[in-house]
Every structure is written in C-alpha cells, then in structure tokens.
Design a protein around this ligand. Structure first.
Ligand code: OSB
Ligand code: MG
Length: 371
C-alpha cells in the first residue's frame, strides 16, 4: 500500500475526574490523533498516548507533535509499504520516540486491516474475542473517597482494581483497602516513586497479598528491580522500564519482574508489542495491557492487542464513560457486568470515528502530503 496522506490532529478533552499518580494530577488531556490514507482512499487512525508533561516518559504532547510533523511523517509519506509490519523499519533510524512512532504505526495497522476487510484483532493474530477488564484508580483526596470509588468499580463488575501508591499514600492506605475488600484482585502502581532504600516497606506490604507492585523503582531501571524482586514475595511488574523487545528480554533474563505491562504507545506500536508478548510467552511471564488515559482510538487499539495470547491478566482498558463525557468513537467502549469487553467484528479497530466530536475538540491540525 502507498501512504498518500497523513493528517495530524490535536484535540483537547477534559477528564470526567482528575487522575493523580505519584508524579501529579491530570485534569485535561491534549491528545494527538493521526489519520493515514492510502492511494485508494482507505483510512486508518492512531492515537498518541503521551502525557501533557514529560513525567511518565520523556515524550509529551508538544515534543510528539514536532517529532511526528517534522521527522516521522516525512519518513512515511509517499512510501510504498509492503505491510503494516514493515512500517517500523521506515522509522528505525530515529532513536526512541516510541510513542510518536506508535501513533503512525498503529494507524497503518488499522488502515491495512480495513483494506483487507478484517477486524484488527484478528489481523494481529488475536486468539480471543473478549478481554477481561480492570480499572486504575488514582490517588484521591481521602482514603474514604478511594474506598467509595473501589466499591463503585467492583459493583460495576471490574475484575481487578489497581490503586496508585506513593510515599504519602501506601502502607496505611493499602491496609484500609484490604480490610474493606479482603478478596478482590488488588495491585499497587508506584510509577517509579521508590528506591531500594524502601525495601522494608515492600516486604511489609507482602502481607496484603497484592497481585503485583507495578514499577516500584526508577523509570529506567531493571537491575534494582531484580534486587527487589529477590527480597519480596509479591510479583514485581514492569511498566515504564520496558520500551523495547530488548528491554523485555533483559528484564526476563535478570529476573527483574514476574509480570510485564505492555503499553502500545510506550513500546512503539503493534509490531514491537507483539515481539514483547512473544518473549514473555516463551518465558512464562504473563502480560497485560496498560492504559494511558486514552480516548476511544487508543482504547480500541488496546482492545485489539489484548486479544493476543499471553494477555492472561485483566488490563487497564475500561469503559469510555469512566474518563469522557463523550468519546471520539461510536459506539463508546462499554464493559459487561462481568467485567469483560467484546472485541468488535467490524474491519480495522472496529469502532466508527466520530468526526463531528473530533472536529469540535480540535485545536490544531496539519496535513502532510507527498512532496
Ligand atoms: O502508570 O499505568 C500507568 C495513566 C497515566 C500514566 C501512567 C499510568 C496511567 C494509568 C491509567 O494507570 C490507566 C488507564 O488509562 O486507565
Ligand atoms: Mg503504570
């Protein structure tokens, strides 16, 4: 297929409720969308999963826009590509910038699946038509509020509760939550807020029987996580530290974690994600799909990836309405009362793009045509 046109679109969308992690609060999202068109007018959509600040990763909205507009889109536009799987190599000489790359790469996977008239999840090789959904609940103003939120999500059917932890919001909070909900699948995500000096705290938290501690230590560390994992019973799960198939291989070899969170954006798109999934499957490491407060297009890509073999743990992909008053896809993502999401049968990502909604939210756009 020939990449004939790329549109970059920035939308701004307020969250229904702020989302707080160890690195701060988000109230409003600034999201870059990519629409890619081939020579026959088929289209595909991707969503950049970066944040508004370089706090989760180095990439953020304005840096991704510049990288996409000035560097990556020019590398892809006008090119004849054998398949979506070949897009990664077009951008390979650019170091890092995986969220920016994933924006275009995932859009071209959607385009290719639509062109072939097949759902993206089947096109990727997915093995199940339903995925199991969990929720991620940010740091709240009080433990009472957190418990109330957890109650709402458990009652809605979500199958795993992830709470954010940070040095002012850890042992005592988890203890209260466990007392209230002794039997739920519960986990804590630290977003890199601790160091090996906190090893005793993690040992003490073993008593809460959590499914995992997600990214307890530095965003770029693997070795210290291996040291921590050796000292505690609760599985360590890596998020921020795994950017590439190579990172995953090293983490597995060093026994830095027993679980991996795969984020499509962080790892650079579907091709790279599939390699990490394969590495983990071979090593017997379960994986799950992490979320980045995505709007509907990102959510739809996450659903497709989550149908791959090895995604055996409930992921972060939850209903659109938990984040948005109105999403940018139709229908919006919904979750059944047993906490599952059905992978759609329609071609590509399987959801309609709500162009009117996108237009209403657009703050800037740029078309890249072949030179
Ligand atoms: O670490 O998983 C994370 C949101 C923003 C940045 C980092 C993370 C998160 C989440 C949100 O936990 C999960 C979701 O999208 O529901
Ligand atoms: Mg995380």
């Amino acid at each position: 297929m020939k990449i004939a046109r790329i549109d970059l679109i920035e939308i701004q969308m307020p969250l229904v409720h702020f989302f707080e992690t160890s690195f701060g609060r988000t109230y409003d999202r600034r999201i870059i969308l990519a629409r890619v068109e081939d020579q026959d007018g088929n289209e595909g959509w991707g969503e950049c999963t970066c944040g508004e600040n370089p706090t989760y990763s180095e990439e953020w909205t304005d840096s991704c826009w510049a990288t996409l507009e000035q560097i990556l889109a020019p590398m892809v536009i006008g090119k004849e590509v054998a398949s979506a799987a070949a897009v990664w190599s077009l951008m390979e000489k650019v170091k890092g910038n995986r969220m920016s790359k994933a924006t275009l790469e995932t859009a071209i996977w959607d385009l290719e699946a639509k062109k072939e008239g097949v759902s993206l999840w089947k096109h990727l090789g997915g093995t199940r038509d339903e995925i199991v959904s969990g929720v991620s609940i940010g740091i709240q103003d009080s433990v009472g509020q957190l418990i109330q939120k957890i109650r709402t999500e458990v009652d809605a059917g979500y199958r795993r509760i992830k709470i954010k932890i940070a040095p002012h919001w850890d042992y005592d909070v988890v203890k209260r939550v466990r007392e209230e909900f002794p039997d739920i699948l519960l986990m804590g995500d630290a977003n890199s807020a601790y160091t090996l000096d906190d090893i005793d705290l993690f040992k003490r938290m073993d008593e809460f029987d959590l499914m995992m501690f997600e990214q307890p230590l530095s965003h770029d560390d693997i070795l210290d996580h291996a040291k921590l994992q050796k000292k505690i019973n609760t599985p360590v799960c890596l998020d921020e530290s795994v950017h590439s198939p190579d990172d995953a291989r090293k983490a597995v070899e060093l026994k830095a974690c027993k679980i991996v969170n795969i984020k499509l954006g962080r790892v650079g798109g579907h091709s790279e994600a599939r390699q990490i999934q394969k590495t983990c499957l071979q090593a017997g490491i379960p994986v799950w799909c992490g979320g980045m407060l995505e709007a509907g297009i990102g959510r739809a890509h996450n659903i497709a990836m989550s149908t791959l073999e090895g995604f055996t743990l409930p992921g972060d992909v939850s209903a659109s309405k938990r984040y948005w008053h109105e999403d940018i896809i139709e229908p919006e993502v919904t979750v059944s009362e047993n906490g599952t999401i059905r992978a759609p049968e329609a071609p590509g990502i399987g959801f309609e793009i709500n162009r009117k909604r996108i237009d209403d939210l657009t703050v800037k756009s740029k078309t890249i045509d072949p030179a």
